[in-house]
Design a protein around this ligand. Sequence first.
Ligand SMILES: Cc1ncc(C[n+]2csc(CCOP(=O)(O)OP(=O)(O)O)c2C)c(N)n1
Ligand SMILES: CC(=O)[C@@H](O)[C@H](O)COP(=O)(O)O
Ligand SMILES: [Mg+2]
Length: 620
Amino acid sequence: MDIIDSPEKLKKLSIDQLNIVAREIRNFLINTLSQTGGHLASNLGVVELTLALHYCFNSPQDKIIWDVGHQSYVHKILTGRKNSFATLKQKGGLSGFPKRKESVHDIFETGHSSTSISAALGMAAGRDLNKENYSVIAVIGDGSLTGGMAFEALNNAGRSNTNLIVILNDNQMSISPNVGGLSKYLNNIRTEPVYLEVKEDIDQILKKIPGIGKSVAKTVKRTKESIRYLLVPGTLFEELGFTYVGPIDGHDMKSLVSVLKKVKKMKGPIFLHVKTIKGKGYSHAEKLPCEYHGVGPFDVKSGKALGISKEETYTDVFGKAIVRLANENKKIVAITAAMPDGTGLKGFQEKYPERFFDVGIAEQHAVTFAAGLASSGFHPVFAVYSSFLQRSYDQIIHDVCIQNLPVVFAIDRAGIVGPDGETHQGIFDLSFLSHMPNMTIMAPCDKMELEEMLKFAFTVKGPVAIRYPKGKALNVLTSDRIPIQYQKSELIFDGKDGAILAVGKMMEFAKTIVENLKAEGIELSLINPRFIKPIDEEMILNLCAKHKFIFTMEDNVITGGFGSNVLQILAQHNIKDVFVKIFAFPDQFIEHGSCSELYKAYHLDADSMQKTIKNILVEG
Ligand SMILES: Cc1ncc(C[n+]2csc(CCOP(=O)(O)OP(=O)(O)O)c2C)c(N)n1
Ligand SMILES: CC(=O)[C@@H](O)[C@H](O)COP(=O)(O)O
Ligand SMILES: [Mg+2]
């Protein structure tokens, strides 16, 4: 394996040698990820498939697009990046997803699911327009195939007549077990794996039937079709216009290489169905693929997580609170887009299975589905990561907000998420939700407030978004708090030298800053805005009457976020004598790294902000 630092070297190996490399790669993945963490189970499942792809095709001339990209580690190893794995997902280190700046072999960047077939079809169309000749291959998991974009692309590609290869990596798992009709359909094909072999024999069989010659070609075709229907229960992909090949064993190197070589020569859109086992080769991961989907450091022998924090997270707080609320309010129903564990809905799923809906990786559908439930008298909560909610922008406006339907958006992983990087940072939700009429947006500053806000959200007669961060749930403020009132902020400290308005998680930093500066004789007011929308305008105007300096803090991009909404109020009221400093992420994509490193890098940690505030106040 050490000598394989480019696909060219791989091509010189025999099938037996490829199998040895596969074993070595598995050991490498298990040992390395046991220290760095990462998406273990998905990568263990595609070792042979990735080797066979690089063996049979010529990347980067041939384009391989990895859907989601969390399973691209083997591809990274084979394209010269093995020695960077110690830095996986760390600041300045190897990304956990395909990145064009990392390698010419990373032909298209991914992170969110279900984009690969569209991108591949676009590349194939570009190739055809340029009259070039190379293969374009989308590798998509069965979970990602449940996303709407994948269906849209299949529909488009199937009738396109272009040469395109879609490889379905079917391990029957999303992060959790895969759901839905398509998953059931694939499972039926998996259990009746006779098509590929028999299809090749059909012509032979027909030739033996007397009287069938060229003149009866139509009859032959019809007979072939009916035999095909007999053998495969539904040929969805063929009906869409693809040539379906499979299912084949994705851990049998010989079959993979032989089929890929054939597929490479075939014309038109090809759908190759490959069966794999998530976590293959590491018994703990094979047994519990969901737990080993994404891991932190772990002990290789026992499989046990190392140094895992038993501390309660905001996800846990949400998960428990929603079960309690659902107990009192039978109209509460919960929706996830394939992430019951990550969003904390597992408890709800167990307690109220009939009121729980896993719709697959289908965030757009989830929102409109919630709107439908709300229209029939239910009060849905859609628990979703901030970055994945980006998918549902129009559905939130068109299906929820315009009709002012009571849907609660429980937005987890809001703000910086850290090691997953650009595609996963939840730093846009305040901006893209703020401009939606009828939307209420709240951000709790600690765990008690998350519970209170969730309770409050179900009393609002319209859409409500509550956004909370990844990680440990804190008790930031004291327990004697004023109850939540619509559009009302909360004054925490009253000072004379300036005011800080700290949204959600930023309250942790703001409180420290206020306390530290007080010790230095600087007295600041501290406000917990609670509502980002509708914003507490009265409070802002009162602050402006009293202070010359206002500091806003948010873990969102600066464009269109909370601070920018504050400035808008000042502009509308023609207030010119108050200086507003917005602490927010700049108008750029934020790379991977630990959360604390990223806050520091963007001068949004308590120390950096304290220095900036002090400078401003001292310089006047
Ligand atoms: C739009 C979107 N929603 C949710 C996710 C979170 N997510 C990452 S991987 C994954 C499961 C993917 O399943 P599959 O494509 O079958 O890949 P496997 O891990 O089984 O190899 C999910 C839900 C995502 N990346 N993108
Ligand atoms: C690849 C992907 O999108 C998910 O697996 C994501 O990495 C999960 O993030 P959490 O670990 O925060 O649940
Ligand atoms: Mg899968």
